[in-house]
Design a protein around this ligand. Sequence first.
Ligand code: TRP
Length: 334
Amino acid sequence: MLDGKKTLFSGMQATGNLTLGNYLGALKNWVGIADEYQTFYSVVDMHSITVRQDPAELRKRARTLLTLYIAAGLDPEKNCIYYQSHVSGHAELAWILNCFTYMGELNRMTQFKDKAAKHADNINAGLFTYPVLMAADILLYQADVVPVGIDQKQHLEITRDIAMRFNSVYGDVFTIPEVYIGKSGAKIMSLQDPLKKMSKSDENPNSSIYLMDDPDTIIRKCKRAVTDSEAVVRYSEEQPGIKNLIDIYCSCLDKTPAETEREFDGKGYGEFKTAVGEAVVSVLKPLQDRFADLTKNKDYLDGVIKTNAEKAAYFSNKTLRKVQKKVGFPERIR
Ligand code: TRP
């Protein structure tokens, strides 16, 4: 609890180009709940180096992501938007929590197994303890709620386990966080294979709409989306391509599937797909314009980066000092 509000923490990695899926599934929800909570939104660049990165590229993407948070509508005066690497408490708490986490627990993480298989030549210790750094992110701010996608649920469970274990030894130090499942919780699928999630790492660029795609590209990708031969705009598991397009349409325009079915009753896929493309443009174009404005304003962004890192450091240090004391580190002489 800070200022009588519950605390919310979430983070995103600055790897790959963000897609419409990231926006509708995560960012848009973040904006919708920002007023109800004391919020911390981090660009988790320390997590990114668990796989090899090009340094210049990582730096650029991190800045782009932070700018996108703001362009998407998160007011940096009200939401603490910052780089994880600018707040040293993350690494310091992660070390302590490493000593309260078991190898066996980490071995069970499905994301570790997947990533280890994918990066067999670089199975580093950081990749293994990735969830501990994530636990540190969350516990540092005493977060009550953590909005994440389903793929991160296991990491949230281990965070809770670590926190409870620590509390059972030292008393009530950490708030036990809950997963926050967004209201709309839109899960956007690939335009080329609607049974697969839309992913920033998909090798086929037609599968994903990127947040920076221009209007023509967006419309073209929607028109090329894989559908079926039913020729009816119906929200059904049997028509996963159309269902996904309805989800996108509804999520962009805040409509319901039933309304959409009625709106396109008796109309062809061509017309529907164009409408979906236009709906996406109506959401992404303003975001892109705000992004362009923000990018021009270097001093403003630098100011946000500095003050919010200081704010994050202030809150995280409170927890960190308490934890350091609990585990028996000598007191600082002031
Ligand atoms: N691991 C998360 C992801 O890849 C990102 C992340 C890092 C995160 N730390 C976090 C999400 C803390 C929520 C809370 O999506």
